[in-house]
Design a protein around this ligand. Structure first.
Ligand SMILES: [Zn+2]
Length: 299
C-alpha cells in the first residue's frame, strides 16, 4: 500500500536490462553468455520490488496482495530460474497477473509466451514493440533476419502508449517511451513505500546503441537517431529531479559481460553492484549516476 508523504524521497532503480542492451556488452550471438542463465540470489530491493533475474539478466517482481507484476521474461529457457527465484522469496509464480518487458529483445521477452500460458498473466507491451513480440522477433529492425534470435511469438493483451499507467492493487507503474534500442523500449517508473518514506523508482529500459546499429540512413528504422535523442532527454530528466529533491539514486543495471563490479565508477553500468551492495549510502548512487550520464549522453 502506498502512503503519501510531503517529504518525497526520490530513489532511482536503473535496471538496464542488458546485452542486447549494454554499451559494455556483446551483441547477441548464437551462444548466450553463461551468466545470462546463471543463478543469482533473489532478494528484496525496496518497497514491494524484488530481484528475481539471473546474474546477467535482470527481472523484477513487484508484489501486491492482488497478485504480482513481472518485468522481463528473459530468455526462452529462463522460466525455471525465474520460478525458483520467485518461490524462494515466498511468492507464487502462478500469482503473476501482469507481465511487462523493458524492450522486445530475445533476452528480455523470450519466455513471455510460456509465462502467459503458465500463469494467465496479461501481457502489456509498448505499442511500437508489439509487432516484434507478436512475430517472435521476426520484425525486429536489427535482428529479425536471424532465426537464432527468435523466440515464441506472443500475443499482447494490452497495447501501451507513452505515459500509460499499469495498475495492480495499490501499485501504479508508468510506461515511459525511451525508444532507439528498440522502437518501443520502455522505462518504468513507480512510487514505493519503504521504512516510512516514499521513493520514486525508475527501471530503465536500455539507452544503449548495440554493435551494428546504424544511426544514419537506417532503412529499417529511419527515425532511430531521433528516437535515441528523445529517449536520452527523458533519461536525463531523472537525475535533475533527484537534485531538486536533494535525494539519492540507486542504479541497478545488469550486465552480462562485466561480472561483479569492483569499481564504483562503473556502478551505473552494472547492476551486480547494487544487487550485492544494497546498503550503500544513497548519495553514492547519485554520484554514480552523474558519472554515467555526462559521459554517455549528449547535451
Ligand atoms: Zn536489448
Amino acid at each position: 500500500m502506498l502512503v503519501r508523504s510531503t517529504n518525497l524521497t526520490l530513489l532511482l532503480v536503473v535496471a538496464m536490462a542488458i546485452p542486447a542492451c549494454s554499451a559494455f556488452a556483446q551483441p547477441p550471438t548464437r551462444s548466450d553468455p553463461k551468466d545470462w542463465s546463471e543463478h543469482f540470489p533473489p532478494h528484496h530491493m525496496i518497497g514491494n520490488i524484488y530481484y528475481v533475474g539471473s546474474r546477467g539478466l535482470a527481472a523484477y517482481l513487484i508484489t501486491t496482495p492482488q497478485g504480482h507484476i513481472l518485468i522481463n521474461s528473459n530468455l526462452k529457457t529462463s522460466v525455471p530460474l525465474l520460478r525458483e527465484s520467485i518461490e524462494k522469496l515466498g511468492f507464487h509464480f502462478a500469482d503473476i497477473k501482469i507481465l511487462l518487458i523493458s524492450h522486445a529483445h530475445f533476452d528480455h521477452d523470450g519466455s513471455s509466451a510460456e509465462i502467459k500460458k503458465l500463469t494467465g498473466a496479461k501481457y502489456m507491451v509498448m505499442d511500437a514493440d508489439v509487432p516484434v513480440v507478436e512475430s517472435g522477433g521476426e520484425s525486429d529492425f536489427q535482428y529479425g533476419d536471424d532465426p537464432a534470435l527468435r523466440y515464441p511469438a506472443t500475443k499482447v493483451d494490452r497495447v501501451l502508449h507513452d505515459g500509460d499507467e499499469v495498475r495492480l492493487g495499490d501499485t501504479v507503474l508508468v510506461a515511459h517511451l525511451t525508444a532507439g534500442h528498440t522502437r518501443g523500449c520502455t522505462t518504468w517508473s513507480m512510487k514505493v513505500q519503504n521504512a516510512g518514506k516514499i521513493y520514486s523508482v525508475v527501471i530503465v529500459g536500455s539507452p544503449n546503441v548495440n554493435p551494428g546499429y546504424k544511426l544514419v540512413n537506417n532503412a529499417r528504422y529511419p527515425e532511430i537517431a531521433r528516437d535515441y535523442e528523445r529517449g536520452f532527454q527523458v533519461l536525463k530528466s531523472l537525475p535533475r529531479r533527484i537534485e531538486e529533491t536533494e535525494s539519492g539514486l540507486v542504479c541497478a543495471a545488469t550486465t552480462s559481460t562485466n561480472g561483479p563490479i569492483e569499481n564504483p565508477a562503473q556502478a551505473c553500468g552494472c547492476g551486480n553492484f547494487l544487487r550485492t551492495n544494497t546498503a550503500q549510502p544513497r548519495v553514492f548512487w547519485l554520484r554514480a549516476w552523474r558519472l554515467f550520464l555526462p559521459a554517455r549522453l549528449p547535451d
